[in-house]
Design a protein around this ligand. Structure first.
Ligand SMILES: Nc1ncnc2c1ncn2[C@@H]1O[C@H](COP(=O)(O)OP(=O)(O)OP(=O)(O)O)[C@@H](O)[C@H]1O
Length: 237
């Protein structure tokens, strides 16, 4: 079943055309990664999925319904959770407060503590430190908290903008293992990722963007068998 379908999406900032006719779809339970250089229009595509920028033209459909005109909070309630590149963690609050604040968007009567507990099941190090200030977190822990906040809403689709940004390889191992575990539980993921080596191991489909358009659609399994890709991105001869 197709969960998300982006069709001929255009996003502009004044005279700058950031996204110029992007079409892609995400199947339920699948992982789609968008890779490409700075300024390719990757983030703008994600922002349009969550309704944080307006589509100039084209459409975003969710479970078959056209949601292009929907406000961001309506999309969140419908099951789309966005983790921004900036991570959106409140450093002055504790880890637990950050998570419970994300729970504000839940339906009245929802058990926020239970949701927080479930959101952290792949991040045990955070679960033991709920009363600590978020300001003390390392970059990797901060990203875990950002993802944890998005998971509090029990989304169907997790949208991640550059989760690997600024993180050391050992921290990335842990982060991508958690994302793979979430995928294993059936969570659908759409991510922008400049780290092609990581993206290719997590995703089912890889879209390369440049200059606001999708240049190529590549299958990770095929890339992982391709000697020149392995040499360039995975450091393997
Ligand atoms: N708020 C904005 N106002 C004006 N121009 C913007 C804005 N946000 C992005 N742009 C421009 O739109 C184009 C696409 O940017 P976008 O952030 O979507 O690309 P990206 O592929 O995600 O790159 P990056 O990895 O650098 O974020 C770039 O030319 C960028 O400068």
């Amino acid at each position: 079943m197709t969960l998300l379908e982006i069709s001929d999406l255009h996003v502009s900032y004044g005279p700058i055309d950031a996204v110029k006719g992007v079409s892609l779809s995400v199947e339920r339970g699948g992982v789609v990664a968008i890779v490409g250089p700075n300024g390719a229009g990757k983030s703008s595509t994600l922002l349009a999925v969550q309704g944080l920028v307006r589509a100039r033209s084209g459409s975003v459909r969710w479970r078959g319904t056209d949601i292009t005109g929907w406000a961001p909070e309506r999309r969140a309630r419908a099951g789309i959770s966005f983790v921004p590149e900036s991570r959106g963690v409140f450093r002055t609050l504790s880890i637990g407060e950050n998570l419970r604040l994300a729970g504000c968007a839940l339906a009245p009567g929802a058990d926020v503590s239970e949701r927080v507990h479930l959101a952290l099941r792949h991040f045990p190090a955070l679960a033991d430190r709920l009363s600590e200030r978020a300001a003390v977190l390392s970059g990797g822990e901060c990203q875990q908290l950002a993802i944890g906040r998005a998971l509090v809403a029990a989304p169907e689709l997790l949208v991640l903008d550059e989760p690997s940004l600024g993180l050391a390889p050992v921290v990335l191992d842990e982060l991508f293992a958690a994302l793979a575990a979430l995928r294993g539980e059936g969570l659908t993921i759409l991510l922008v990722e400049q780290n092609v080596a990581r993206a290719v191991k997590l995703a089912d489909h890889l879209f390369s963007m440049r200059g606001g358009v999708i240049e190529r659609v590549r299958e990770p399994a095929e890339l992982l068998r391709n000697p020149s890709f392995r040499a360039k991105h995975l450091g393997m001869g």
